[in-house]
Design a protein around this ligand. Structure first.
Ligand SMILES: *Cc1c(COP(=O)(O)O)cnc(C)c1O
Length: 431
């Protein structure tokens, strides 16, 4: 399988190269040259399969030229070594809990797969790889944990100062070893732009081997599709399943769209956003208009220029009409999000985090109109957003492995939101 750039279909590379490069030189995004459709027997036996068995079959057509079966087996087993259960919340509303991994957010799945692919590919080379990652909260720690202590890999995390939760910041800044946290005086969009500039800077890329661990890396996108199959396996029989995905950069929902394109019989998707409603607006009007991001309580979704948008459109032949048949968009305010958290806790005893609450709201709105079997993705453990969750429902349990970060010393390097500062840091410190 080759991967092409969304900016130039003739710019094609292997899986290995796509993973190592992260981004094509032409500023597009890597996409598989064709979408393999899995055979009917695979889908018929889905409920009998383990998640690792599913993941192996799903990933194989994309990676088989670069990763042999035995290695792929190991990678998917190590990636998916925590539960990803579907739980009924009430009536036809179910939740796919993606927060049982080491950093308690769904990004563990993509980050663990990517880290294993990258270290597999860099195994035979002595050259050091620097992984650059912009984070709105959860990506950084998931990626950093995936790479902690891996030889020949440095991880540099950029996060917006004062715009991530206290726990998230502790998770980013206390790891040490081969992990550096850069505290940027700006927004997440600034961080994302700085990372992009680094990849497009020719002298910098000559001087060091940079790679991206954001959801723009194809090795993060692919594994995020595994749990859509796994959720369908757990809901065996339902033929009217709708997934509501709380979205920021739209990597998670794009992975679901990919699963559907590969034959998984999903009825539809709900793009649930906070007031950063670029995609719901696009779905309503056909116009894609990035805007500066606004800060909300679902901070990991505070994205004003969703990076996976070109992939969403590429999967649908760039047709707005076709995308609208697959996805319904809704956006919600912080007030509505808090109300949902309170109502779901009071009435059903289920604790939502602010991101999951946005997913819940989108699903509820969709089902009210269309019916069906609903699943929303709970993308982070409520304990990660203890301040908000406590304010709304009184108290929240903080899992032990999260609490452990609170007592460690924060270590970060503050910098402006200008690319030059980042470039300067990288050239001086990480050669
Ligand atoms: C990253 C993140 C999201 C948004 O996911 P995208 O793939 O960027 O759309 C939602 N919720 C949480 C908790 C996240 O960390």
């Amino acid at each position: 399988m080759k991967f092409y750039s969304t900016n130039n279909i003739n710019n094609q590379v292997s899986f290995r190269e796509a993973v190592i490069k992260g981004l094509p030189d032409d500023n597009g995004l890597f996409m598989p040259e064709s979408i393999p459709v899995l055979d009917a027997n695979f889908f018929a036996t889905l409920p009998q399969k383990s998640i690792a068995e599913i993941a192996f079959e799903v990933a194989k057509p994309f990676v088989k030229e670069d990763i042999n079966d035995e290695k792929l087996q190991t990678i998917v087993e190590e990636t998916l070594n925590f539960p990803l259960p579907v739980v009924n919340v009430h009536d036809n509303i179910n939740v796919l809990e993606l927060f049982h991994g080491p950093t308690l957010a769904f990004k563990d799945v993509g980050a663990r797969f990517l880290a294993r692919c990258l270290s597999h590919f860099s195994n035979n080379s002595e050259e050091k790889v620097t992984v650059l990652v912009a984070t709105s909260g959860d990506t950084g720690s998931a990626v950093a944990n995936g790479f902690l202590g891996v030889p020949n890999v440095d991880v540099v995390i950029l996060y917006p100062k004062g715009k991530v939760s206290h726990l998230q910041e502790q998770q980013l800044t206390t790891l040490g070893q081969n992990i550096t946290a850069l505290e940027v005086n700006g927004t997440f969009d600034d961080c994302q732009r700085m990372v992009k500039s680094a990849f497009l800077d020719k002298p910098l890329n000559k001087a060091m081997k940079l790679t991206s661990a954001n959801s723009i890396n194809i090795a993060r996108l692919l594994p995020q599709s595994f749990y859509y199959y796994w959720a369908m396996a757990q809901l065996s029989g339902a033929d009217d399943v709708v997934f509501s995905v709380p979205s920021g950069n739209y990597g998670n929902i794009t992975a679901g769209l990919l699963a559907k394109a590969m034959g998984l019989p999903i009825k539809g998707f709900v793009a649930s956003s906070n007031v950063n409603d670029i995609v719901p607006k696009y779905l309503a009007t056909g116009n894609f208009e990035p805007k500066p991001s606004k800060q909300t309580i679902s901070n990991a979704m505070d994205v004003g220029d969703p990076s996976n948008f070109p992939r969403m459109t590429a999967l649908h032949k760039n047709s707005w009409e076709t995308i609208c048949q697959e996805i319904t968009g809704y956006s919600f305010t912080d007030g509505e999000t808090k109300e949902a958290m309170k109502m779901v806790f009071d009435k059903y005893g289920y604790v939502l985090d602010p991101h999951g609450a946005v997913g819940y709201l989108g699903l509820q709105a969709y089902l009210d109109k269309n019916g069906g079997t609903g699943v929303f993705l709970e993308t982070a453990h409520p304990g990660k957003f203890a301040d908000t969750v406590e304010e709304v429902i009184g108290s929240v349990e903080i899992p032990e492995r999260l609490g452990a970060y609170l007592n460690k010393e924060k270590n970060s390097i503050e910098m402006s939101n200008q690319f030059e500062g980042l470039k300067d840091y990288l050239t001086k410190h990480l050669r």
